[in-house]
Design a protein around this ligand. Structure first.
Ligand code: ZN
Length: 405
């Protein structure tokens, strides 16, 4: 379904600045029996709202199609789990949480974050739409309701949450206003919301075009976030720019008037204004830089292949799916995709139909090169694959410009 108005403010002034063609759903991994069937494809067009400056894709695939069986378990990444533990411990101290407190998380995945609050005796409630993932969380003792979060879901715990987490979920939500209204419903008058989203300025600066896929409907600047939360009587009281996932904004939100915002909020808004993040000119040459990246990467892979080198990919990620499909890189250049997640092994990548195999394959048939499709975990992957690299294997990191390490 194609939107004709901004998902945040309802304006019809949407200007498309990037078109990535029609691609299959980035997380729709295939089974062998699916390979002969046609795959659903949807346009991937990215637009800026002239009124609230929210960057968004125009086609909405129903979330029920994408998130009922989600293949991504957060705990597979040791970086994510360590990051989650540090965040939980700091929040417990800062907000003086104790056994009477309640922490709620939307899209709580496999309990990678809430488990650290549970370990300190704090009540938690996860809200996770993917049945298979919610079941994993429950096995860990993390109370989890299988649902999409919104104002209706929030009513069950109205004004009970001391802390509300929403990490890497707001960008996925079609009804952003209902989701943000739900945060206001869930939070106690003194409660703290912690929201993390990928930062659109990093996406543009670092040519992270492959983080654009149908699951990600919105691409936030602080300017767009403030306008969205203000509409629901919530104030952004703090902001931090984190390096994770290629550049993330972590904001603190509270009921309006409860606490005055940290000066970092005004400073970052001023910085965004100075860079013109709310104007189309800022996004104008992004499409051209993506096109140059395509030319350079395809030339590099084709050149290596012509020299007789074997190339596979590492990380059957959603961003990998965008990169391979938008750039037309498939079986003629790559042999397979290596991935640590057991739920992905044995399946095939959407659109390109590359077999997904476990890391044990690397030891047996060492490819000369691995195209790193999870560059956001580059340090972690390179450390894990030290043996492969010592034996002469090389990684190709595709963005912002392709390089071999
Ligand atoms: Zn708008």
């Amino acid at each position: 379904m194609r939107v004709d108005a901004c998902r945040s403010c309802g304006s019809e002034s949407l200007a498309v600045f990037l078109t990535l063609g029609e691609t299959p759903l980035a997380n729709a991994l295939l089974r062998q029996e699916d390979l002969a069937r046609p795959e659903a494809r949807f346009p991937l067009d990215v637009a800026l709202c002239a009124d609230c400056s929210l960057v968004q894709i125009l086609d909405t695939v129903p979330p029920e199609v994408m998130f009922s069986e989600y293949p991504y378990l957060s705990s597979v990444s040791t970086t994510m789990v360590a990051h989650a533990r540090a965040l939980a411990e700091r929040t417990i101290a800062d907000e003086r949480l104790g056994p009477a407190s309640l922490v709620v998380e939307a899209a709580s995945n496999d309990g990678y974050l809430l488990q650290w609050y549970r370990a300190r005796g704090i009540s938690v409630l996860g809200i996770e739409p993917a049945r298979n993932v919610a079941a994993v969380a429950r096995e860990k003792g993390v109370e989890t309701e299988c649902a999409f979060f919104g104002s209706a879901t929030a009513k069950a715990r109205e004004h009970q949450a001391d802390v509300f987490h929403a990490h890497n979920v707001l960008a996925h939500v079609p009804a952003v206003n209902d989701f943000v209204a739900g945060i206001g419903v869930a939070l106690k008058p003194s409660g703290l919301g912690i929201v993390e989203v990928p930062y659109v300025v990093d996406l543009v600066d670092r040519v992270e075009f492959d983080t654009i896929y149908h699951e990600h409907l919105s691409y936030f600047s602080l300017t767009a976030l403030c306008r969205l939360f203000e509409r629901h009587a919530l104030a952004v009281t703090d902001v931090a720019h984190l390096p994770i996932h290629g550049g993330t904004l972590r904001i603190h939100v509270r009921h309006a008037g409860h606490r005055s915002p940290s000066p970092t909020v005004a400073a970052m808004l001023a910085d965004e204004r100075a860079r013109g993040v709310d104007a189309l000119a800022f996004y104008a040459d992004f499409s051209r830089r993506v096109e140059r990246l395509r030319t350079d990467l395809v030339a590099m892979l084709t050149g290596l292949k012509a020299k007789g080198c074997s190339i596979s990919a590492y990380g059957a990620s959603a961003k990998g799916s965008t990169l391979l499909n938008a750039f037309g890189i498939g079986r003629e250049l790559l042999d397979c995709v290596v991935d640590r997640s057991p739920v992905k092994q044995g399946r095939y990548t959407p659109g390109t139909h590359l077999p997904i195999v476990g890391p044990d394959r690397l030891a047996r048939e060492r490819p000369d090169y691995l195209l790193l499709l999870v560059w956001n975990f580059a340090d972690e992957v390179l450390a894990q694959q030290a043996d492969y690299r010592r034996a002469g294997g090389r990684f190709i990191i595709p963005v912002p410009t392709p390089r071999i390490v």
